[in-house]
Write a protein of this length. Structure first.
Length: 564
C-alpha cells in the first residue's frame, strides 16, 4: 500500500497532530478556568447571597444590594474562548481528516482501476465495483476517521492524564485505570473484528458479482421466466451478508461500548473521590471537565479498532493489485523512456506492413503472419473460444502461458517497421486502430469518443472521419451535435450508429494496423457498404473477425490462429 506520509499528505498529518496538541492545551485551560471560577468568584457570590463576609461577620444589607452579583468577566471570557477553540479544532480536524482520506483514496483508485484496465485485475464487474467502492471506503475511513483520532486524540488523552497525575495522583489513577483496561481489551477484540470483517468482505464481493452478472443476463432471465429464481438466489446471498454484518457488529459494538464505558467509569471514579472527600468541589468540577473533553476522543478511539480491521481486510486483496499497478506503471515509463532508442526496421514489413512471429496464446503457439499494406485478413479458428483470447494478446502485444507464471517466448510483432511490443501506449494508438462489437463505448461526448485514439485531433480531422462513416447527418439531428453526451454504451445513438462511431474511431489517421472484431454484425446495409468501401481502399493491414466474411470483405485471405 502507498505510504500515507507522502506529498501534501505530510502537511495534513502535521496539521492534525498540532490540532491534537492544541485541543489538549485548550482542555487544560478550560479545566484551570473552571477551577478558578469555583474558587474565589464562587466564594464571593456565596457570601453575598448569604450576607456574610469570609470571616463569618454579617454584611450591610444595603451594601450587598448595591454590590449585586460578582461577575468574573475575565475567567468567563477565557472559558468561552476555550469552548470556541475546541469547537474550531474539532471542525478543522474533521475537514483536514477527510481531505487526507480522499487524497489517499484518489491515488489508490487510479492505480486499482488502472490494473483492471490493463487486464491484471479480477474480470468480474461486481467484484471490481466492490473494490472501487466498499474497499476504498474502508481505506478512507481508516485514514480519515481512524488514523486521524490516533494523531489528535492520543496526544490529548496523554497530556490530560499526565497533568491530572501531576496535579493529583489519586485523580490521575482513577481516570487512568479505565483507559488502561480499555487498552488491554483492544487486541483480542481487534483480532475478532478482523476475522469477521474479512468474512463480510467476501460475502459482499460475491453478492456484488451475482448482482452484476444477473443484471447483464436480465434479458435471458426474463425470457426463461427465471426472475423469481434469481431473486431467491440473491436473497440467499443477501441473507449471508446480513448475518455477516450483524456478526461483525457484535464485536465492533462491544469495542465502541467499551470505549464509552471507560469514559463513564472515569467520571464515576472522580465523583467517588469527591464523595470520599479526597478532592474538593472545585477539583471534582475541574477533573470532570477534563474527562468530559476526553469522552469524545475516547469514543473516536473505540471506532478506530473497527476502521483498522476493515482496512486490513481490504488491504489483503488490494495490496497485490496495487503492487501490480506499480509494476505496470514502471513498465510503461520504461517503454516511454526507451522508445526513442527503438530502431524502425521495415525490411520485413515494408510500408504499413505487419509481421507476427512466436505468438503464444494460453500456452498454444500461433502460426507466423506476414502481411503487406492493403491486405485484408480474416482471423479464424476451429475453436471459436480461442478468438477472443487471441485478440486480447494481439492488442496488448503480449504472450500468455497456459498457467499463470508459466514461461513463454518473446513475441515478435512488427507494425509498419516498429516493434509494437516495445511501444508505449501513446505510440500504440498511432500504430493500431480497434473496433469491436463486444466493447461498449465510454461515457463522454461524441467528439471525445471518435477522437479517443488521438485526443489532439483537429476539428477538421474530426469532421472528416465523421463524414467518412456517415454520421454527419445523424449528428445534425441532435441539438448539441458532436457535443452530444453518450451513456449506457452509446445512447442516444442506435446500435448501427454506435458501430459506425467505433469504426470511425478506429479509422482516424489510418493506422497501419486495423483490427475489426465482428463490427459488421451491428451495421445496417448502408453501414456495411461504407465498411466494404473502406476496406477495399485501406492503405494498411486489416485483421477482422466476422460471421459473414465474404459479404464484409470480398477477396480477403484467411489466417488460422490454431496451433500448427
Amino acid at each position: 500500500m502507498p505510504t500515507v506520509w507522502a506529498g501534501r499528505r505530510r502537511h495534513l498529518l502535521v496539521i492534525l497532530f498540532l490540532l491534537g496538541i492544541f485541543q489538549a492545551i485548550m482542555a487544560l485551560v478550560m479545566s484551570f478556568t473552571v477551577d478558578s471560577l469555583l474558587g474565589m468568584p464562587a466564594q464571593v457570590n456565596a457570601g453575598l447571597n448569604a450576607g456574610t463576609a469570609p470571616d463569618g461577620s454579617a454584611l450591610d444589607p444595603a451594601a450587598v444590594a448595591e454590590a449585586g452579583t460578582y461577575v468574573p468577566w475575565l475567567q468567563l471570557s477565557v472559558l468561552a474562548l476555550t469552548v470556541l477553540s475546541i469547537f474550531g479544532a474539532r471542525w478543522g480536524e474533521r475537514v483536514v481528516g477527510e481531505d487526507l482520506g480522499q487524497d489517499y483514496v484518489y491515488e489508490l483508485r487510479r492505480k486499482l482501476i488502472g490494473t483492471t484496465l490493463a487486464g491484471s485485475g479480477n474480470p468480474s464487474l461486481g467484484v471490481t465495483i466492490t473494490r472501487a467502492s466498499n474497499d476504498l471506503t474502508s481505506v478512507r475511513n481508516w485514514v480519515s476517521q481512524g488514523l486521524v483520532p490516533l494523531l489528535t486524540s492520543l496526544p490529548l488523552i496523554v497530556v490530560v492524564l499526565g497533568v491530572l497525575a501531576i496535579s493529583n495522583w489519586q485523580v490521575g489513577l482513577a481516570v487512568g485505570i479505565p483507559i488502561v483496561l480499555l487498552g488491554l481489551a483492544v487486541p483480542p477484540l481487534a483480532k475478532a473484528t478482523f476475522t469477521r470483517a474479512r468474512y463480510l468482505r467476501r460475502r459482499r464481493g460475491r453478492m456484488s458479482a451475482r448482482i452484476a452478472d444477473t443484471v447483464r443476463a436480465g434479458e435471458s432471465i426474463q425470457a426463461a421466466g427465471g426472475i423469481n429464481r434469481e431473486l431467491n438466489a440473491l436473497d440467499r446471498d443477501s441473507g449471508k451478508v446480513v448475518n455477516a454484518a450483524v456478526s461483525r457488529a457484535r464485536i465492533t459494538g462491544l469495542v465502541r461500548a467499551s470505549a464509552i464505558t471507560a469514559a463513564s467509569l472515569a467520571t464515576a471514579a472522580v465523583v467517588v473521590l469527591g464523595t470520599l472527600g479526597m478532592i474538593d468541589t472545585a477539583g471534582v468540577a475541574s477533573a470532570m471537565t477534563l474527562v468530559g473533553v476526553m469522552s469524545t476522543p475516547l469514543g473516536d478511539l473505540g471506532r478506530v479498532v473497527e476502521y483498522r480491521q476493515n482496512y486490513k481486510a481490504a488491504r489483503r486483496i488490494q495490496a497485490p493489485l496495487l503492487a501490480q499497478a506499480e509494476v505496470l506503471r514502471k513498465a510503461e515509463k520504461d517503454r516511454e523512456q526507451n522508445w526513442k532508442d527503438v530502431a524502425r526496421e521495415r525490411s520485413d514489413t515494408d510500408h504499413n506492413g505487419l509481421r507476427i512471429r512466436r505468438m503464444v496464446v494460453q500456452g498454444q503457439r500461433v502460426p507466423l503472419l506476414q502481411a503487406g499494406a492493403g491486405e485484408v485478413i480474416q482471423i479464424r479458428s476451429h475453436d471459436p473460444g480461442r478468438i477472443q483470447p487471441f485478440l486480447v494478446n494481439l492488442l496488448a502485444g503480449q504472450n500468455t502461458a497456459a498457467e499463470p507464471g508459466g514461461e513463454v517466448p518473446g513475441l515478435e510483432m512488427v507494425v509498419d517497421g516498429y516493434d509494437y511490443t516495445r511501444a508505449p501506449g501513446r505510440q500504440r494508438r498511432k500504430l493500431l486502430g480497434h473496433a469491436s462489437v463486444r466493447v461498449p463505448l465510454e461515457r463522454g461526448t461524441v467528439s471525445r469518443a471518435i477522437t479517443y485514439r488521438n485526443p489532439q485531433a483537429t476539428d477538421e480531422q474530426t469532421r472528416e472521419v465523421i463524414e467518412r462513416v456517415g454520421l454527419d447527418r445523424v449528428l445534425e439531428a441532435f441539438p448539441r451535435g458532436e457535443d452530444t453526451r453518450l451513456k449506457n454504451g452509446g445512447q442516444p445513438l442506435t446500435g448501427s450508429q454506435v458501430a459506425r462511431l467505433k469504426l470511425g474511431r478506429a479509422l482516424l489517421d489510418n493506422p497501419p494496423l486495423l483490427v475489426l472484431d465482428g463490427i459488421d454484425a451491428d451495421l445496417d446495409a448502408e453501414g456495411l457498404r461504407l465498411l466494404r468501401a473502406e476496406l477495399e481502399a485501406y492503405p494498411g493491414v486489416v485483421l477482422f473477425t466476422s460471421q459473414n466474411p465474404g459479404e464484409m470483405a470480398p477477396g480477403h485471405r484467411v489466417w488460422t490462429v490454431d496451433a500448427p
